[in-house]
Design a binder for this molecule. Structure first.
Ligand code: TPP
Length: 312
């Protein structure tokens, strides 16, 4: 339990630091922060076995950390350094850690879903026991690829958990405007698979729902669609000025912070005391500071290696 709180805090501290480094001009391009959504990544991945696979999205830092990535190599990747997961070529949006079972982030909205169907088919044909979980956003559920992937996975009973992080917006498009008044999980009925909507800010609710879905997938009964209702505190990306939502709405969701909530639960249950909780936060901050130092001290890629790993 304490380890799950630690992972959520590590994700939050990592992203807050990445944001600062971006403002200081040390990280280029754009990035998408998942601050406020940590219970989804940590709760969902904790319910998998270490050898299971995940597919992530453009908002994937949390998934990556929860799947066990080394924050030093992640920070180095963000800063475009040779020691990063993709030798500095992937940046925030394209980290993959195949050895760790993270088959990669994806800049194409819903792009991970058909890939998950392919991975699921491959696992099934090889008779392997691992399963695959695909994370995606509410916006992705309105892409054709979502429907193709769910249909294929349903008819072939593939070992997949489809995990929708419904953070209420696809860029500036609110789910209230983009969906005809239904829960996204209701779409599972069209594919004759289970669909469930849960509170994505409640770590234990996420863990429980994914545990059931993972067991079903592993037993050969096919996929499940899970919709976790959550909220992103920050803008869509670094160029967002939040003109499509009110400060009041943001504050209401901040009051439902998944980290503060889980910490309170652990303290109330006597699993953690306030002193130990403060130590944990300090230790996480130290780990992030060390990751930054590692990344800063790491070499830039050699320009002569620019075409390495270019296949097209
Ligand atoms: C196929 C495709 N269409 C549009 C875009 C531009 N785009 C990038 S992120 C995004 C919104 C995605 O929203 P959602 O799936 O809800 O994920 P969230 O950003 O909320 O995590 C859009 C439209 C894209 N990258 N790919």
């Amino acid at each position: 339990m304490i380890e799950l709180l630690r992972q959520m805090e590590l994700i939050r501290a990592f992203e807050e630091m990445a944001e600062q480094l971006y403002v200081r001009g040390l990280i280029h391009g754009t990035m998408h922060l998942s601050i406020g959504q940590e219970a989804c990544a940590v709760g969902a991945i904790a319910a998998l076995e270490p050898r299971d696979f995940i597919l992530s999205t453009h908002r994937g830092h949390g998934h990556c950390i929860a799947k066990g990535a080394d924050v030093r190599r992640m920070m180095a990747e963000f800063m475009g350094k040779e020691t990063g997961y993709c030798r500095g070529r992937g940046g925030s949006m394209h980290i993959a850690d195949v050895e760790g079972g993270n088959l990669g982030a994806n800049g194409i909205v819903a792009g991970g879903l058909p890939i998950a169907a392919g991975v699921g088919l491959s696992l099934k044909m090889q008779g392997r026991r691992e399963i695959c979980m695909a994370f995606f956003g509410d916006g992705a559920a309105n892409e054709g690829a979502f429907h193709e992937a769910l249909n294929s996975a349903a008819i072939w009973r593939l070992p997949i958990v489809f995990f929708c992080e419904n953070n209420q917006y696809a860029m500036s498009m609110s789910v209230r405007e983009a969906f005809p008044g239904i829960d996204i999980s209701a779409r599972a009925a069209a594919y004759n698979i289970p669909g469930i909507t849960i509170d994505g800010n409640d770590l234990l609710a996420v863990y429980d729902a994914v545990s059931v879905a993972a067991q079903r997938a592993r037993a050969g009964h096919g996929p499940t669609l899970i919709e976790a209702k959550t909220y992103r505190w920050r803008g869509h990306s670094k160029s967002d000025r939040n003109l499509y939502r009110t400060q009041e709405e943001i504050e209401q969701w901040k009051a439902r912070d998944p980290i503060a909530r889980f910490r309170r639960l652990l303290i109330d249950e006597g699993i953690l005391d306030a002193g130990r909780a403060a130590e944990l936060t300090q230790a996480v901050k130290a780990e992030i500071a060390e990751a930054v130092a590692f990344a800063e001290a790491s070499p830039e890629p050699d320009p002569a290696s620019m075409e390495d790993e270019v296949y097209a």
